[in-house]
Ligand binder design. Structure first.
Ligand code: COA
Length: 403
């Protein structure tokens, strides 16, 4: 029997938990039950509602995946048709919101504009304050259609071009490219973008989805929780990483320079102090992952598709640079690519400006955010952890005139 004065030694999982708490990362800490998605970081598996990401990418469309994430089951043909019709009919954004977008300075980051845009949409949605589950779902369907409209409208407005109105006859990813370029994508590109949307739709308790859950835990409305999630997505340790991948590709410039660039980066990283190594600019962008200890399964799927699209658009050099850098990072640091590494290559090959990449991520991930927000609202509690206090104790206040 364990005595009260000599506690039993911590188990490996308790040790991992206290290490994560000490590091302030909550890494590997199970925060709440969820039936939406799970990841096996050792095997490199990603599962949405019981289906592997490989299966979904090969046999489902983005709309089917959204239905699955929100309702827990894949739709029948008639359920999908009705769902897709509703989603496609929700793509218009109130004129007044577009007018707001016109007034934001051109240099504003697109994701910052999206964050403001989603917040603005709330003021023009008659149900925005309603916490009724049916109203939340109706708002979710609208937001899924409106988020890409805001992203693409703003992308055009900042170049002095007028927005291209959404089309209800195109799937979500093709409609995105249509609204961005005013041109329908070819079949290979349309398929690759649809798969990219599926791969980005959901990813368990990643930082921004967790933020969405924390907000929803306060029992706040959908627009508020989604705005909070998009704000958290913006950081370079999270969604912002794919922009850094393009910076890398542009800095390298040509496949001939890739090996030298990668070896220099490796050298700089290895000679940096432990603190400095945490800085995104010293790391290999799009590599490593908080959960996957092997290849991110989404990276494997996108590597192939991005390569096909790049070749089709005469941009095969991008994949060459990426392969060289990947090999050096793997050999030197045992790093593996994550989803951002190849989504960046795909979007770059399509001529999409790199500062829009995270907004594409947000567009697709709106599906996952909604699933988490609904799950949290439907029975979750207020999320309110405690801090391990490390500050000074028992101080006596000296009145201001005597300090
Ligand atoms: N470049 C160089 N080293 C990296 C690295 C990268 N991209 N990713 C991880 N590492 C190293 C760390 O320096 C650390 O080494 P150490 O144990 O010697 O200190 C080790 O791998 C673990 O890294 P850590 O930062 O503790 O892991 P994490 O789980 O907290 O970090 C990321 C995960 C995503 C923040 C990290 O991999 C990263 O910065 N990647 C680049 C940005 C990116 O691609 N983000 C998108 C994720 S989808």
């Amino acid at each position: 029997m364990t005595s009260a004065t000599s506690p039993s030694p911590a188990t490996p999982s308790q040790q991992a938990k206290s290490t994560a708490i000490a590091a302030g990362s909550l890494k590997d800490v199970i925060a709440a039950p969820t039936a939406i998605c799970t990841i096996d970081g050792i095997e490199g598996k990603l599962i949405y509602r019981g289906y592997s990401i490989e299966d979904l990418a090969a046999h489902a469309t983005y709309d089917e995946v959204v239905y699955l994430l929100w309702d827990g089951e894949l739709p029948t043909r008639s359920q999908l048709d009705a769902f897709s019709t509703r989603l496609a009919g929700s793509r218009e954004v109130p004129r007044v919101v577009i007018d707001h977008l016109r007034m934001i300075p051109a240099e504003a980051h697109p994701l910052a504009v999206l964050r403001s845009g989603v917040s603005l949409l709330a003021h023009y949605d008659a149900q925005s304050e309603s916490m009724d589950p049916q109203a939340t779902r109706a708002k979710a369907e609208r937001l899924l259609g409106q988020v890409p409209t805001i992203v693409t409208a703003r992308a055009r407005l900042r170049k002095g071009e007028e927005p291209v109105p959404p089309r209800s006859d195109l799937p979500a990813a093709s409609n995105f490219l249509w609204m961005l370029f005013g041109k329908e994508p070819d079949e290979v590109t349309a398929h690759a973008m649809d798969v990219a949307f599926i791969l980005h739709a959901e990813h368990e308790f990643n930082a921004s989805s967790f933020v969405a859950r924390v907000a929803a835990g306060t029992y706040v409305d959908l627009h508020s929780s989604l705005t909070a999630a998009i704000a958290a997505l913006k950081g370079p340790r999270h969604g912002g990483a794919n922009e850094d991948v393009i910076e890398m590709i542009e800095e390298v410039g040509s496949p001939d320079h890739a090996e030298k660039w990668a070896r220099d980066r490796l050298q700089r990283y290895l000679s940096a102090s432990r603190e400095e190594r945490a800085r995104p600019e010293l790391r290999f962008p799009g590599m490593g992952h908080a959960v996957y200890k092997t290849w991110d399964p989404r990276a494997r799927i996108l590597q192939k598709l991005a390569g096909e699209v790049a070749n089709l658009h005469g941009e095969g050099w991008i994949a060459e640079i990426q392969e060289t850098v990947r090999t050096v990072a793997a050999e030197g640091l045992g790093l593996n690519p994550n989803v951002d590494y190849y989504s960046a290559g795909l979007y770059h090959a399509l001529g999409i400006p790199s500062d829009l990449f995270t907004s594409i991520f947000a567009t697709a991930r709106t599906a996952g955010y909604v699933a988490h927000i609904e799950e949290q609202l439907g029975g979750g509690r207020l999320i309110r952890p405690r801090g391990e206090y490390t500050g000074p104790k028992d101080r006596t206040l000296v009145p201001i005139d005597q300090r």
